[in-house]
Design a binder for this molecule. Structure first.
Ligand SMILES: [Cu+2]
Length: 387
């Protein structure tokens, strides 16, 4: 099918080229220069331009009617309703300006096409008009930007007292979730502590000690290999091992500093955190405000919750945050959309590598009672901090 379409396109291009050639030859036969433009050509072009303009308006209206003016579902968060309102204001404004300016553009091009004997009116400029069409858009844009900033401040500003804290940890190519536990406080972390037992690098006296031991063992093993007189290494292999050793030794010094500066009183906040490894799901409670913190391990990702109308970049080396309040449970949304398989999702919205398109997490919004049951189960089966 695609191949046939391609052939049709190629043939159409050849046909147009041939037609142009024929046109040039007939012009020559009629002793007429093909670069001459006469009244008939102008009129034809003016009519075609008007037709194109009308076609563009019709397709715009058709697309809005067919696909809707914005998102593909109702907003599923309290804040999303405000977002949709702002989006609608923008769309109405843009549409009105689009129809007025483009309507005039195509109409004038049609009405004032060149005619025999008609001479163009020479008009250089009008300061008053130029001022007007610079100031008016600037004023309108300022209003839109301020309205956007007000919403941005609301979405990223301080969360309410009862907001539940959680963390989303992004890396190529998945999302892990950390719930703050009973104290609603996320424990400290440090990237140097990341290993298979501690994928989010949580900092407790135990994880730091374990990592110090682990790194010490790695350094010793590497030293033994480098000094092994029974093996002859190539210069490259030896250099690589030495570089690797130097890196590990630097890291070791930093870890000892971390250990020295760590206050064991901080452990409690981390020990009750519930860490869920990548690709499980994010479970939220309806009507609960969430204060979400985001981290990235490798490159910049972007946390995008399309149904909650929320998005924020996740950046290596810094913590970003966002808040929203889910207002519709997954079950209610399935009924609304008449789709039993519907699920809310968290997507990565920053092209972050080869498998970027797979980087998503299911989000489930539950009623309070269901959520409490789920939460009790998580607390009972949690592994981090219990060993
Ligand atoms: Cu990503």
């Amino acid at each position: 099918m695609k191949f046939i379409a391609l052939i049709v396109i190629v043939l159409a291009i050849i046909a147009v080229a041939q037609l142009t050639r024929i046109y040039e030859l007939t012009s020559k036969l009629r002793n007429r220069n093909e670069t001459d433009v006469d009244y008939r050509d102008n009129k034809l072009n003016a009519n075609l331009l008007l037709l194109f303009g009308i076609g563009m308006f019709v397709s715009y209206i058709w697309m809005i009617a067919r696909y809707g003016a914005g998102g593909n579902s109702v907003a599923a968060s309290v804040e999303g309703v405000d977002y949709d309102w702002l989006f609608a204001v923008n769309l109405v404004l843009i549409s009105v300006i689009f129809f007025v300016t483009n309507g005039l553009l195509f109409y004038f091009a049609w009405k004032y096409h060149a005619r025999p004997g008609a001479k163009a009116f020479y008009y250089t400029h009008n300061t008053r008009w130029e001022l007007a069409w610079t100031a008016a858009p600037a004023a309108v844009l300022s209003v839109i930007i301020v309205m956007g900033l007000v919403q941005w401040k609301d979405r990223t500003g301080a969360a309410g007292e009862n907001a539940v804290v959680l963390e989303l940890y992004s890396k190529q190519f998945d999302w892990a979730v950390r719930y703050a536990g009973q104290d609603n406080q996320l424990g400290k972390f440090d990237y140097k502590l990341i290993n298979t037992d501690n994928p989010l690098g949580l900092a407790t006296s135990a994880t730091i000690a374990a990592r110090v031991d682990e790194l010490k063992a790695e350094i010793e093993a590497l030293e033994i290999r480098i000094n092994d007189k029974n093996v002859v290494y190539s210069v490259n292999a030896l250099n690589e091992m030495k570089n690797n050793l130097a890196t590990k030794e630097r890291l070791y010094v930093r870890l000892l500093q971390l250990q020295e500066n760590h206050d064991p009183a901080w452990d409690a906040a981390a020990l009750d955190d519930i860490v869920q490894p990548a690709n499980i799901k994010l479970v939220l409670k309806k009507g609960q405000e969430y204060d979400m913190y985001f981290r990235a391990q490798d490159v910049i990702h972007s946390a995008f919750f399309p149904h909650f109308r929320a998005q924020i970049n996740t950046v290596p080396g810094m913590v970003t945050r966002l808040k929203f309040t889910p207002s519709i449970t997954t079950r209610e949304m399935r009924e609304k959309m008449k789709d039993d398989n519907f699920n809310y999702i968290l997507l990565c919205n920053k092209i972050c590598g080869a498998s970027h398109s797979n980087m998503k997490l299911t989000v489930e919004v539950l009623e309070e009672a269901e959520y409490d049951a789920w939460w009790a189960e998580q607390v009972a089966t949690k592994t981090f901090g219990n060993n």
